[in-house]
Design a protein around this ligand. Structure first.
Ligand SMILES: [Zn+2]
Length: 233
């Protein structure tokens, strides 16, 4: 399915009305047969692989970013790659997984965006962990800590793409650290900036030629750029 510039403007605007954890799902919703609900129920790694592919399709595979060294505050310019960040996995996400605990089979499912939304106001990490486990592995509530830790570890292992950790080193002070990279936040931001630039173009062309927004957005990007060059020259 090909979405027009107007579709993406609408899609991004709609995403901004949602709670933060659900916004990346709104970007995938128009591309998925099950829409927003299906996107919200994708395990996080399966969601993020699709977001990486979407970024590559919309803006190319390069992900330029700036991070600050936690030790000396030096700003590092890095460029990540949508393809390199993707961890291989079956295209269909597993519906239900399980671990064995003392001869018993404990079922669990992988966390999705709805789980993140349910936990978004939980500031205590331990409490958040516990609630997440309650949602994804209800049978584990009565189990000892060791069993719960095992399920949490199995969960992380079954969906390594759910947390993309960058292994970074500061060229200034040699500090090494792990930085979490969130393609959901990144793509949301990239689309936001793109939509601002597009509205700037519409604004200038509408003023110069009296065309409507629909007419201007119907122009190819190349044609828009050539008219803009004439107005701004
Ligand atoms: Zn440093």
């Amino acid at each position: 399915m090909t979405l027009t510039a107007l579709d993406w403007l609408d899609t991004w605007e709609r995403s901004q009305t949602l709670p933060l954890p659900l916004r990346p799902c709104a970007l995938l919703a128009p591309l998925m047969p099950g829409g927003q609900a299906a996107a919200e129920q994708l395990p996080l790694g399966w969601r993020d692989r699709q977001l990486l592919q979407l970024h590559a399709a919309l803006f190319g595979p390069a992900l330029p970013a700036t991070v600050a060294c936690p030790a000396c505050n030096e700003r590092l310019e890095i460029t990540l790659d949508c393809h390199a960040l993707q961890i291989d996995a079956p295209s269909e996400a597993p519906r239900e997984l399980s671990v064995q605990w003392q001869g018993e089979r404990i079922s669990y499912r992988l966390p999705d965006s709805r789980d993140l939304a349910a936990l978004q106001h939980e500031t205590d990490t331990q409490a958040a962990q516990s609630r997440l486990l309650q949602r994804c592995a209800p049978a584990a509530i009565t189990l000892p800590d060791l069993a719960r830790e095992e399920i949490a570890a199995a969960m992380a292992q079954a969906d390594p793409q759910a947390a993309t950790l960058l292994d970074l080193q500061c060229p200034n002070c040699a500090e090494q650290w792990d930085e979490l990279f969130d393609i959901g936040v990144y793509l949301d931001d990239a689309l936001g900036q793109w939509s601002e630039r597009l509205l700037d173009q519409v604004h200038v062309l509408a003023q110069a030629y009296g065309w409507s927004e629909t007419q201007i957005l119907a122009l190819s990007p190349n044609r828009r750029a050539r008219y803009l060059a004439r107005v701004l020259s």
